[in-house]
Design a protein around this ligand. Structure first.
Ligand code: 13P
Ligand code: ZN
Ligand code: NA
Length: 282
């Protein structure tokens, strides 16, 4: 069943587990995520980045996810990940998305506040929760090649949540999009300091692909209540297709290799749900 994200994430935050937010690139990935959640009896978030929506419009994704969510009993959220501007967010809201993110984290602090505030005003008027970001998550997401990782400043985080009235805050604690070039080192002291200043605003971890499961679990225990996975899902999907094609070079029916890829994504999502402790929480 399709729901809004606020109650789901607040409940996870209060109870020390996290909701998995999984990026879908196509119908099979969206179905895999929803079916995995149903099998684990877990609340779940399906999300699409702005880059993904440049390839497949939000109307298409919304209706696929809505149809998949209608078939299951667990709560499913349709979330805009890394919304790049006001217009993008507005279109997703009109389409029926039940949660949105505005990412103005590359802009100076005051500009980030101003843009986020505008988006919060619009989304809240429609009853939809908003995630925003403070501090830079490194790596490449939708063409952002920022190599620098700027840790979130706890004082700024306090000002930011008060000024914007944002529902969830994505933070930079050494996390980076994509697979890591060097071993990832999460700064738990930064997480702890930010958490102390942001009160009851649930925190979000981006760039989770490549972070060891135990490190993710530790961050969750410390106040991360939404955890984003994209690259690992893309990798298992693509690798399953590659291996199918290498074993059956004559295949012409996309249903065959797509369902193998869907199965691989489903297994990974089920495993990550266990890492986050959201299994059995629907
Ligand atoms: P990864 O690709 O590193 O899993 O990051 C996912 C993410 O943060 C999506 O917003
Ligand atoms: Zn991200
Ligand atoms: Na990553």
């Amino acid at each position: 069943v399709l729901v809004k994200s606020k109650e789901m994430i607040d409940k996870a935050f209060k109870n020390g587990y996290a909701i998995g937010a999984f990026n879908a690139e196509n119908m099979e990935m969206a179905e895999a995520i929803v079916e995995a959640a149903e099998e684990m009896n877990a609340p779940v978030i399906v999300q699409t980045t702005s880059g993904t929506l440049n390839t497949t419009p939000p109307e298409m994704f919304y209706h696929m996810v809505k149809a998949a969510a209608d078939k299951v009993s667990v709560p499913v959220v349709m979330h805009l990940d890394h919304g790049d501007d006001f217009e993008r967010v507005a279109r997703c809201l009109r389409t029926g998305y039940t949660s949105v993110m505005i990412d103005a984290s590359k802009k100076p602090f005051e500009e980030n506040v101003a843009i986020t505030k505008e988006v919060v005003k619009m989304a809240h008027s429609m009853g939809i929760p908003v995630e925003a970001e403070l501090g830079i998550v490194g790596g490449k997401e939708d063409g952002n090649n920022a190599e620098t990782v700027a840790f979130t400043d706890p004082e700024e985080a306090e000002k930011f949540v008060k000024a914007t009235n944002v529902d969830f805050l994505a933070i930079g604690i050494g996390n980076s999009h994509g697979f890591y070039k060097a071993e990832p080192k999460l700064q738990y002291d930064v997480l702890e300091a930010v958490k102390a200043k942001t009160g009851d605003v649930p925190l979000v971890l981006h760039g989770t692909s490549g972070i060891p499961d135990e490190d993710v679990a530790k961050a969750v225990a410390m106040g991360i209540a939404k955890v984003n996975y994209a690259t690992e899902l893309r990798a298992v999907f693509t690798n399953a297709i590659k291996s199918y094609l290498s074993e059956d070079e004559k295949v012409v029916d996309p249903k065959k290799y797509n369902s193998a890829a869907k199965q691989a994504v489903k297994e990974l999502v089920k495993q990550k749900i266990q890492v986050l402790g959201s299994d059995g929480k629907a």
